[in-house]
Design a protein around this ligand. Sequence first.
Ligand SMILES: Nc1ncnc2c1ncn2[C@@H]1O[C@H](COP(=O)(O)OP(=O)(O)O)[C@@H](O)[C@H]1O
Ligand SMILES: [Mg+2]
Length: 415
Amino acid sequence: MPETTEILPKSLALRPKSLGNGFEVALPRSQTAPLPAHVIAASEEMREIVSVVRAIAPTAITVLLIGESGTGKEVFAELIHDLSARKGPFVTVNCGAIPEGLIESELFGHEKGAFTGAIGQRKGFFEAAQDGTLFLDEIGDMPLALQVKLLRAIETGAFTRVGSTTPQKTNARIIAATNRDLEIDVRAGTFRSDLYYRLRAVMLRIPPLRNRREDIPFLIETMLEEFVRKHRIGQMPQLAPEATQLLIDHEWRGNIRELKNTLEQLVVLVCAVQKSDGPCIISARDVERSLASSITGWDGQQFERALPAPTGVRENPQSERELIYRALLELRSEIAEVKDMLRERGMTAPATNTLALPAAATGHQPIKSLDELETEAIEQALNFYHGNRRHAASALGISERSLYRKLKEKGLEQG
Ligand SMILES: Nc1ncnc2c1ncn2[C@@H]1O[C@H](COP(=O)(O)OP(=O)(O)O)[C@@H](O)[C@H]1O
Ligand SMILES: [Mg+2]
């Protein structure tokens, strides 16, 4: 398949069209390949996005994905890559997670001795994504100073490693994502307008989950299946009709990510620890409790969160495990949410907007840094799974590779 294909008109949508003479117009794979089973796009809004994705996937055009945190920007970036028939890898860079001083060498690589600590030559993400796709997540966090170099790399395909003068060539397809309003950043002078317009050659706005509730029942079904498999539950749980309704009606400020966390919690708390042999039924009460016990949204003022009630469950080891598990699940969604919020608020929050922390963190205990919480979660997970890294990574919601990297970074790596 050629690297660039013309965007197909909408009239040539989806299925091969018969010409009536027994011949069919062959459509590119991107138009006909089924969506991966884990990608749900049932609502009208999402089906429209999928049809655009199918059309642009095989091209080299730059795509900007915008939408609230948890709406599926990364899922769609990967879908574009999967439907593109590109041979190289899909490489994700979270621009907000890399310390500012390191972004350039992370993106473009560096030569030996380029700076203190550069003990060897290192390839950057642009090189890693050769023949593939480079996904620049949280692009709004890209420091102004680097935006020019990024624009040059996108426009000309040329970049230089830190400490080198020899230009390198990249053919990586660029997809960027943000939950910020970049137009505001452009007006504020923190984001270059030329880069903004270059990135948004195609702009896809992924709607929040509350604006496409038709997707929710399908998401529930797929995710329940996933968690039943992951937690080795013998049977599919049944959701009471009122429970489903509650899930459909909820605000989902954290979008699909929050729905997913809620369902995992329900599967584990209701089904994994169920005592009787009967079917596992998730009631409306279970859903209410789960929605109340997690950080369900950010209203700018406070976390809504009920403390877990450990009454009378301490006497057997199974309940002990349940408690640990529950703590782990909460900690995990907490870290993700807090990180997202800090990122979202970091650059725009007025000084008067204080960040309210959960009661547990503001009471008498000293406030822990995210880094410490992360270390704790990792240690808990590894203990819980007796050092099994695959299971620990899965419980933490990160890839095994990320876990290895974190262990290394934190100096916890051994045995
Ligand atoms: N269309 C979808 N179908 C099924 N799961 C989805 C879909 N979109 C997102 N998810 C799931 O929701 C979570 C958040 O998605 P992600 O792409 O990371 O969101 P974002 O990058 O916008 O914050 C992930 O666990 C992802 O697998
Ligand atoms: Mg994301």
